[in-house]
Design a protein around this ligand. Structure first.
Ligand code: CP
Length: 309
């Protein structure tokens, strides 16, 4: 049994290497089960509430698929406008209400710290599905599962993270998990969108080699994996700043041809223009496989918080 039973999932830093090992094993188990296309009964009688106060396709639907494949039920809020948040209800009060109906909550909210606020208000497990520019720990876990599957190991990695590192909660969480495996990290961004200082200094304090650069080609040349991110227009207060940095980094076939080596490309998706569609049939383009892995990892996590694995 894992030590996740009854726990919240709020931040990547709550996971150890051993936890990740168990999650990978469980995700692999559920990947095999999923291929049978049958409903399991592991979470029969349990209800998951998915509360999404920010848009989502993958995270909400993969959590809901995962819960239903495990035999549980789902109730859902798909937007802030369709819930009493639109009338001014606080996150804590919404969570208190939903805890009367459901056995666990998955929440996405535009404000940093909101998932923790929900978790503090209720006795049931709360999973952070993205809190503003903060964290997205289940995305990082599915990224790790994907890296493991694509490269066969999590050891001795050099990873280039590219794009909006300031606002990208997926890279904040993934950098944390990769640090457990002593990965060497390139952070590639325009100056305006650099990885927050507290994250880079925290990584360096742990002995992680971090290189900050604006040169994507150099970083990719020295990496086995490139993690692209979207420049997040919705987080800019001043849209003229967005106009200044949009389209800063684009991977296309020409870029890959110049690289002269195979590289694995991940992206949490959705993409805008940072990966050209002519890359989609490149053998290292793993972002659609990555998105599919989300279901297996979330099946693993749900079964673990309910004490079934
Ligand atoms: N990766 C991710 O969080 O995608 P969605 O915004 O579609 O959930």
């Amino acid at each position: 049994m894992s030590n996740l039973k009854g726990k919240d999932i709020l931040h990547a830093n709550q996971f150890s290497k051993k936890d990740i090992d168990v999650i990978i094993k469980n995700a692999s188990f559920f990947e095999k089960e999923f291929k049978k296309r049958e409903f399991l009964t592991l979470l029969k009688g349990k209800i998951l509430a998915t509360l999404f106060f920010e848009p989502s396709t993958r995270t909400r639907l993969s959590f809901e698929t995962a819960m239903q494949r495990l035999g549980g039920g789902v109730i859902s809020v798909a937007s802030a406008e369709s819930s009493s948040a639109a009338k001014g209800e606080t996150v804590a009060d919404t969570a208190r209400t939903v805890a009367q109906y459901a056995d666990a909550i998955v929440i996405r909210h535009p404000r940093l710290g909101s998932a923790k606020e929900a978790a503090d208000a209720v006795p049931i497990p709360v999973i952070n599905a993205g809190d503003g520019a903060g964290q997205h720990p289940t995305q990082a876990l599915l990224d790790i599962y994907t890296i493991y599957k694509e490269l066969g190991s999590l050891k001795n990695l050099t990873v280039a993270m590219v794009g909006d590192l300031k606002n990208g909660r997926t890279v904040h969480a993934l950098a944390e998990l990769l640090s457990l495996f002593q990965a060497r990290l390139y952070f590639v961004s325009p100056d305006l969108l650099r990885m927050p200082k507290e994250i880079t200094s925290g990584l360096r304090e742990k002995g992680i080699e971090v290189v900050e650069t604006e040169d994507m080609f150099k970083a990719a040349s020295e990496s086995s994996l490139i993690y692209m991110t979207r420049i997040q227009k919705e987080r800019f207060v001043d849209l003229s700043e967005y106009e200044r940095v949009k389209g800063s980094y684009i991977i296309n076939r020409d870029f890959l041809d110049r690289l002269k080596k195979k590289i694995i490309i991940l992206h949490p998706l959705p993409r805008v223009d940072e990966i050209s569609t002519d890359v989609d049939d490149y053998s290292g383009a793993a972002y659609f496989r990555q998105m599919r892995n989300g279901v297996f990892v979330r099946m693993a996590l749900l079964s673990m918080i309910f004490g079934k694995r």
